[in-house]
Design a binder for this molecule. Sequence first.
Ligand code: AKB
Length: 317
Amino acid sequence: MNKLLVIGAGGQLGSELTKALVNTHGSDAVIATDFQESVKSKFAYCRFKTLDVLDKDAISNLIQAEKITQIYHLAAILSANGEKNPVQAWDINMKGLLNVLDLAKEFKLDKVFWPSSIAVFGPNSPKTNTPQDAFKNPTTVYGISKLAGEHWCEYYYTTYGVDVRSLRFPGLIGYKSLPGGGTTDYAVDIYHKAINEEPFTCFLQEDTALPMMYMEDAVQATLQLMAAPSSDIQIRTSYNLSGMSFSPQEIAERIRSHYPEFSIQYAPDFRQKIADSWPSSINDDSARNDWGWKASFGLTEMTAEILTKLPSYIHNL
Ligand code: AKB
């Protein structure tokens, strides 16, 4: 039987991916963990334990006690927060991953999932339709740690046969959980302001287009990648993944078709420089060809779904 350990389950992706894993594998097969005990209430539907990804012994004990066969390692410091404390971000992002990879090797786990990011690209990467193998010179500590992490994943696969799989996520947008400390966070916050009929101040310029993805597509991509036969996974660093691409001005316009009075103003801060170093759109041909990836949501569909579902979701919290 598969037994899945989700590390960092309380975060933006983990909150929704854990539910999907339970739906796929059953509640007995999934253990949600997070270093914050306070997120426990999100996991009434499966078991929850506190776990610090830097505590290798604690992870090792859990793997043995629970006979874990797969790890979904989601804990990370994102791009904007990473710049506030670069050394701490490096420690959490790199040591956490190395702990997981090393234990996957030691206990011969079946599979590991680890998210990378479009942040691996940098100012000298092609801006549009950025290819899988494009030149990469990340300028954030988050991007540097993701790029190094991708190579560690490939190293553990080629050297030790650890079946680790990874996706370069764009900015993820969902209505069930808030992101924490990323450069693409504005595209979640903006919907909350819209339904409250409040004006929104964006920390990026109006024309800064970035690659984005609706959470449902991100969850589907993860499930699909992890279900694919190992022989289909040709890329052992991390796969480019594309959903949609838009600027603050474009998302605001789309929101106005639901809330005509919605107003946005722009006050770019330090995150503008990070956004300027990233691609505006991504080529994901390798994911499409190798394991059949195709996104379902564009900006119009996502906006309609979020603005319809967010008010009652918040009301029922
Ligand atoms: C961030 O903004 O840091 C993340 C990412 C693009 O990986 N959402």
